[in-house]
Design a protein around this ligand. Structure first.
Ligand code: MSP
Length: 523
């Protein structure tokens, strides 16, 4: 594949620190982009932070610091968390970046010139606690703000509005005629229903109510309100400019996939699409909405005190590398469904899949290679691509690619692990230790070869989820690899010395192993 692949993630609000829900999205996205890089050199991942708006303004003022100071403080927490999880983005945008702010103003102006933005006096129910207008639908039965239990005031404000209603039919037609546009497709009906009720939306606030944001061009009284600012990051980051778009923009846009959570699908599949239509830009190929991560089956929230930072998980389990957590999160939920995190489940899943299924298989097989053949593969052990395991490996590769093409990341992970299951079963069925006892050394060597070559395939396919474990497997196999899919050809392991007793080490330790426990106690 020589085509480019451009992936974006949602940009996170920086009014707090990152939690494992934010991490879930970035891990899924990173697994996708690493997989695409195995197939093309032109895969590009953008992530970022959403830094304007009333929440940031309020949090900063409560802490007695400026909004920019708050943004800087929290941005570095996100940057650090993504580094720890080895999120290999190509770019991280902040909406306070000057370049972004400049182009958002251009975009706003262009939408005004197109007649899609107009000024309009609006009367609504304003809550001074939230400092925003509330939808009557969201009030309590007694007409109170659910967060502040106060009656909102009727306030009239003049704002800019975007003519979303003009785009309703065009968007509905587009959704219906492009089956890969909204994934998983189970979300399509819900979205088409939401479209029916869509009205024009307010895209600015008075400076008096929201100061922290990008000013409306040529109107000192108004601030551009969140969505035009936030959504535009996907194009401003890569050099969109109305007058003079960059070469990078021309090469990368439209995005192949925009990864977001299910809560913001309306903004991406309706608002964003209308903005792009108004700007005359091509539309993203896929909006992929993942589900939410809950903790012990409850929603994560500050008030419940169950917010978990990704670093806390690595620390609690004494993990120096993020592989196990990445693997668990990437496979935590079926495509688009909600997933749950619990320490117990985490431990069980990674012990079963990474330590027992994959790690032990490699370890046992290398030990047999040393015991029976002095660590060396002989020419006559090498099978061709018609052997049972070679065929299974090729089928797994096809399945994994197909799953990734539909962004079924957990399912692709399951396909790899179930291949490892089959290889384990193959070892049990063929019992190389019995073959050795019966002095059937050729057959014994052939079984060992098949397993090790299968492990090489597993390492390549597992790489996007567990880059460090994948590298360790290759080291154990004494192989150089750049983890590209063109290496997935049967017969990569040649007749050669692979290992010796002292070199065999486990690629992943069980989380409850003695060693891990000792490390936890600081021994
Ligand atoms: N700033 C907006 C997005 C603007 S995109 C132009 C926003 N920020 S957020 O910080 O609230 O959320 C960022 C992403 O994290 C969203 O895609 C959201 O769905 C996702 N998640 C936030 N909490 C989550 C979970 N508990 N579980 C999974 N994803 C979650 O929305």
């Amino acid at each position: 594949m020589t085509e480019k692949f451009y992936l974006t993630t949602a940009i996170d609000y920086v009014n707090g620190a990152p939690h494992i829900g934010h991490a879930y999205e970035k891990i899924l996205s990173d697994v996708i982009i690493r997989h695409k890089r195995q197939l093309t050199d032109k895969a590009y991942m953008l992530t970022g932070t959403d830094e304007h708006g009333i929440k940031i303004q309020k949090t900063a003022s409560a802490k007695g610091i400026t909004p920019k100071e708050l943004c800087d403080e929290n941005f570095s927490k996100f940057e650090k968390a993504w580094a720890e999880l080895e999120i290999s983005y190509d770019q991280i945008i902040r909406t306070t970046d000057e370049k972004h702010r400049k182009v958002v103003k251009q975009i706003f102006k262009k939408l005004l010139e197109n007649g899609d933005i107009y000024k309009h006096s609006y009367t609504g129910l304003y809550c001074s606690g939230c400092e925003c207008f509330l939808n009557p639908k969201d009030l309590t039965e007694d007409g109170l703000c659910p967060d502040h239990m106060k009656k909102p005031e009727e306030v009239t404000e003049e704002n800019y509005f975007f003519r979303l209603s003009n785009y309703k039919e065009k968007i509905a037609d587009y959704i219906k005629s492009h089956e890969d546009f909204i994934l998983p497709s189970s979300r399509v009906n819900e979205l088409l229903n939401q479209l029916k009720d869509i009205e024009d939306i307010s895209v600015s606030r008075t400076k008096a109510s929201v100061e922290w944001g990008i000013g409306v061009p040529d109107d000192i009284e108004q601030t551009i309100y969140v969505w035009i600012d936030a959504l535009s990051n996907y194009i401003t980051a890569i050099g969109y400019d109305i007058e003079n778009p960059s070469e990078q923009f021309k090469e990368l846009w439209p995005a192949n996939v925009q990864v977001i959570g299910k809560d913001i699908i309306k903004f991406h599949s309706i608002y964003w699409i209308a903005i792009l239509m108004s700007l005359g830009l091509p539309l993203p190929k896929t909006i992929y909405a993942h589900g939410w991560i809950t903790i012990d089956q409850s929603k994560m929230s500050k008030s419940l005190g169950n917010v978990i930072a990704p670093h806390d998980v690595l620390e609690a389990f004494n993990l120096e590398k993020p592989d196990a957590f990445r693997y668990y999160m990437a496979c935590a939920a079926q495509t688009g469904k909600d997933g749950n995190y619990s320490d117990e489940d985490f431990k069980e899943k990674v012990n079963a899949d990474l330590a027992n299924n994959i790690g032990n298989l490699l370890n046992r097989t290398l030990n047999m290679l040393v015991k029976y053949f002095d660590g060396e593969i002989k020419t006559e052990f090498i099978s061709d691509n018609t052997s049972k395991i070679a065929i299974l490996a090729a089928n797994t590769k096809t399945q994994v690619i197909e799953r990734f093409n539909k962004y079924e990341i957990a399912e692709a992970g399951n396909a790899i692990v179930s291949f490892a299951d089959s290889v384990n079963k193959y070892v049990t069925d063929n019992a190389p230790w019995t073959l050795a006892k019966e002095e059937k050394m050729l057959e014994c060597g052939q079984v060992i070869y098949n397993v090790l070559e299968a492990m090489r395939h597993i390492a390549i396919m597992l790489y996007p989820y567990c880059p460090n474990i994948a590298k360790d497997i290759m080291t154990q196999l004494n192989k150089e690899s750049n983890f590209k899919y063109d290496e997935l050809v049967w017969g990569g392991i040649k007749a050669e010395k692979i290992t010796e007793k002292e070199k065999i080490t486990p690629v992943f330790l069980r989380l409850d192993s003695e060693f891990a426990q000792d490390k936890k106690k600081g021994k």
